[in-house]
Design a protein around this ligand. Structure first.
Ligand SMILES: [Zn+2]
Length: 343
């Protein structure tokens, strides 16, 4: 294990935590975006261009490590890259707003699901792969590079439409399973390309969230499929699901994923209890109230609460609002270090 002054470097720290091993302190590892308008200005890499140009993308992503002091770099800021390459329309927006997938169904039946030839060569898929190559070259294994590939449930929302996909899951569970089986190959292809480019870890967002589907749905449609993803993708996976998830966390803990990125709607101590060491946890600093509207003191209180609970890696609960103040973000690693010194 490489070390700096006898301490672990950021990459070693994240990978050790994901493997359930010993760490010199709890890593601050963001599975989703921590970029802000302020960071875009600082390195002259604004949205939307920073989502379409690998050099700008890498430059902006690196600020999570170089400016904020996190132990990871996550270059996939949004939810658009594989969907754009599949042929979905993208609303590119301006500097102060997220590009999003325009939910205008491209498929309506499992038989229609086709990965277009040249999917990985599409400009918008390639941006992330190339950016990871640049980051891997520049940072020489000193920081964890976290790629991202969307799971089949979320891809179903993007390509079938949220309503249509949820209706299909009620009307025809078998057809839904067939669709998921085909959609999961997109997750694998995009994930493997990022691993080959140098990603150390992949975030795997799959939004079977409590706001939309029941815990029973997770067991029926996704548990086995997530186990398969954890076997096929050859890096530690971090499952990301927004919203309330404590009612399905015992199933998620059996998914074989290395960690679960969880929302502040879930109490950290309860989550640690249910996860019971079967899966790591990363989170769950609140975005709208704490990081966006609060100050460093509120951030510190929440970090301390997660540290007391034994959350394995500390991070914002989801992609942070683009107008979040840097002092609030920088308070996360600061509070983690100070908690560690006190304990
Ligand atoms: Zn989220």
């Amino acid at each position: 294990m490489s070390s700096i002054n006898g301490k672990m470097n950021s990459r070693d720290r994240v990978l050790a935590a994901l493997a359930g091993g010993k760490v010199d302190r709890t890593p601050v590892c963001n599975p989703t975006s921590v970029v802000t308008v302020e960071l875009m200005d600082l390195v002259d890499a604004p949205f939307p261009e920073a989502n379409r140009n690998p050099e700008l993308n890498a430059r902006l992503a690196a600020t999570g490590y170089t400016e904020l002091g996190f132990d990871s770099i996550s270059p996939y800021f949004t939810g658009i890259h594989e969907s754009a390459a599949l042929g979905c329309d993208i609303q590119w927006e301006q500097k102060d707003n997220w590009p999003t997938v325009v939910i205008n169904p491209i498929w309506d039946h499992p038989d229609n699901i086709k990965i277009p030839p040249g999917f990985l060569e599409h400009k918008d898929a390639l941006t992330i792969v190339r950016s990871i190559e640049i980051l891997a070259q520049n940072f020489k294994k000193e920081v964890a590079i976290v790629g991202k590939t969307f799971g089949p449930w979320t891809l179903g929302y993007f390509t079938f439409g949220v309503q249509n996909f949820l209706l299909m899951s009620i009307d025809d569970p078998e057809m839904t399973k067939r669709a998921l089986d085909k959609l999961k190959e997109i997750s694998v292809i995009f994930g493997e390309a990022q691993i080959a480019a140098g990603a150390d870890v992949l975030t795997f967002p799959d939004h079977a969230t409590g706001d939309l589907v029941s815990g029973e749905y997770y067991r029926r449609f996704l548990l086995e499929l997530h186990q398969e993803m954890a076997e096929r993708l050859d890096v530690p996976l971090i499952l990301h699901t927004c919203g309330y998830t404590l009612d399905r966390l015992d199933s998620i803990a059996q998914s074989g994923m290395a960690s679960f990125h969880f929302d502040s709607k879930n109490d950290p101590a309860e989550a640690v209890k249910i996860a019971d060491g079967k899966i790591g946890l990363v989170g769950n600093i609140n975005n709208p109230v704490t990081l966006y509207s609060g100050g460093p003191e509120q951030v510190r209180d929440e970090v301390n609460k997660c540290m007391e609970a034994g959350v394995n890696m500390i991070a914002p609960e989801c992609a942070i609002p683009l107008a979040t103040r840097l002092e609030n973000l920088m308070e996360i690693p600061k509070a983690v270090r100070e908690w560690t010194e006190r304990n």
